[in-house]
Design a protein around this ligand. Structure first.
Ligand SMILES: Cc1ncc(COP(=O)(O)O)c(C=O)c1O
Length: 408
């Protein structure tokens, strides 16, 4: 079998992105993408094409050797004993929920400021997502709101079973505090690390912070493939075995015996081959993201609320999301768009304001932080190949937008 991955990629020089070496256009004429996957592709050179060609040659498009190789590499990388790859981050959540044990109508706690996937998989299993507020500084699940949510659920005769904790935008949640609460109430805790793969808490990598963690390899994630993909990380042989079985139609000892209800939840071999190449540069890319985040903070912290990384943690910086004053955002975004700067809003609607989720229970005290964030967050271009001069243009544009449009 071929070696994975190729090591003939251009290294990043400390503090300098490869893209700057590749581009010759004057700064002001260059298009600023929100996420620049092409710059990463250039850096990886022919290694991606070669990896795909190897799969085309051996022809094992499903369950090919790259799947095992990727799972082993991911385990080496993050320290989880078992990695099970799968079709998407949503598939990973769904497989994980089944493996942890959920019964019809169980109450499962989930933050209200998030992408919809975690609540979606809970509801699709016939369980009840109970919405919990998030912390203002981290955007992650607020332990106090979780306690109020558990009390409320118990008072209303629900059966609390577990919680899905989300590391929104790249920073691990407060696992020590959340785990303590979960243990006190006999709940399991699952980590949705779709946006935080590569981050750490007290030196431990995401993937090892709880009994079961999931991630997404959606193209724009810190580790993304060229399509859909995901993975589950665990130290439990039992959970890994169950998830592997459910990923493959609930397969038992042999392919034609089905011992539990499963699904087709497999990752394609071609995506595994691509991920092997990308994983080889992830560490380097995370360093570049850190440098870019620090430059944003330096250029903007006097003007807007910049993201705060809690001491003892690192972020994978899936997004760089600032907070504006209520009412400023649309005009600021408009100004920046006209100035050639793309921005995004993750997420303009808190979960409980999306039609299918309006009726689900909420923690006592409501979800005021989630609601406020939905009105005030703005994500700026963030990827490891963002050149310093282009980043300065983004900073400048936001500064002018706020002072001109909002008189700030
Ligand atoms: C926090 C979170 N969880 C889960 C997912 C779902 O991942 P996927 O799109 O791979 O299904 C996403 C995707 O954006 C996400 O941001």
């Amino acid at each position: 079998m071929a070696n994975y991955p190729s090591d003939n990629v251009t290294p990043l020089r400390p503090g300098i992105s490869t893209a700057s070496a590749l581009s010759t256009a004057p700064a002001d004429d260059r298009h600023i993408p929100f996420i620049d996957l092409q710059a990463q592709r250039k850096r990886l050179g022919k290694s991606i094409e070669d990896a795909i060609a190897r799969v085309l040659d051996h022809g094992r498009f499903v369950a090919g050797p790259e799947i095992d190789a990727l799972e082993a590499r991911l385990s080496d990388w993050c320290g989880a004993k078992y990695t099970v790859s799968c079709a998407s981050g949503t598939t990973a959540l769904s497989l994980g929920l089944s493996a942890l044990g959920t019964k019809y109508r169980d109450a499962i706690f989930v933050p209200a400021f998030t992408f919809v996937s975690p609540a979606e998989v809970i509801a699709r299993l016939g369980c009840i997502p109970v919405l919990v507020d998030v912390g203002e500084d981290t955007f992650n699940m607020d332990p106090d709101s979780l306690v109020r949510g558990i009390q409320m659920a118990e008072e209303h005769g629900l059966t609390p079973r577990g919680l899905i904790v989300i590391d929104l935008f790249g920073q691990p949640a407060d696992y020590p505090a959340l785990q303590k609460i979960a243990t006190a109430h006999d709940l399991w805790l699952m980590a949705d690390a779709a946006q935080s793969f590569g981050a750490t808490l007290k030196g431990n990598k995401v993937g090892t912070l709880t009994k079961l963690s999931t991630t997404s390899f959606f193209p724009s994630k810190p580790l993304g493939c060229y399509g859909d993909g995901g993975a589950i990380f665990t130290d439990s042989e039992e959970i890994a075995g169950e998830v592997r079985s459910r990923r493959q139609h609930g397969q038992g000892e042999d392919r034609m015996t089905h011992v539990r209800i499963g699904m087709n939840g497999r990752l394609d071999t071609i995506q595994a081959a691509i991920l092997l190449e990308k994983l080889a540069i992830l560490g380097d890319e995370l360093k570049a993201r850190d440098i870019i985040a620090a430059r944003y903070a330096k250029g903007l912290k006097d003007l807007v609320k910049v993201p705060a990384v809690t001491p003892g943690r690192t972020s994978a910086w899936a997004q760089y999301t600032v907070r504006l004053k209520t009412g400023e955002r649309d005009q600021v975004r408009d100004f920046m768009e006209k100035d050639g700067i793309p921005t995004a809003i993750y997420y303009h609607t808190a979960l409980h304001h999306h039609a299918p989720y309006t009726g689900y229970p909420r923690a006592d005290g409501g979800l005021p932080v989630a609601e406020k964030l939905a009105k005030t967050v703005l994500s700026l271009p963030m990827h490891p190949y963002l050149e310093a001069d282009l980043q300065d243009r983004i900073i400048e544009s936001l500064r002018i937008a706020i002072s001109k449009v909002c008189g700030g």
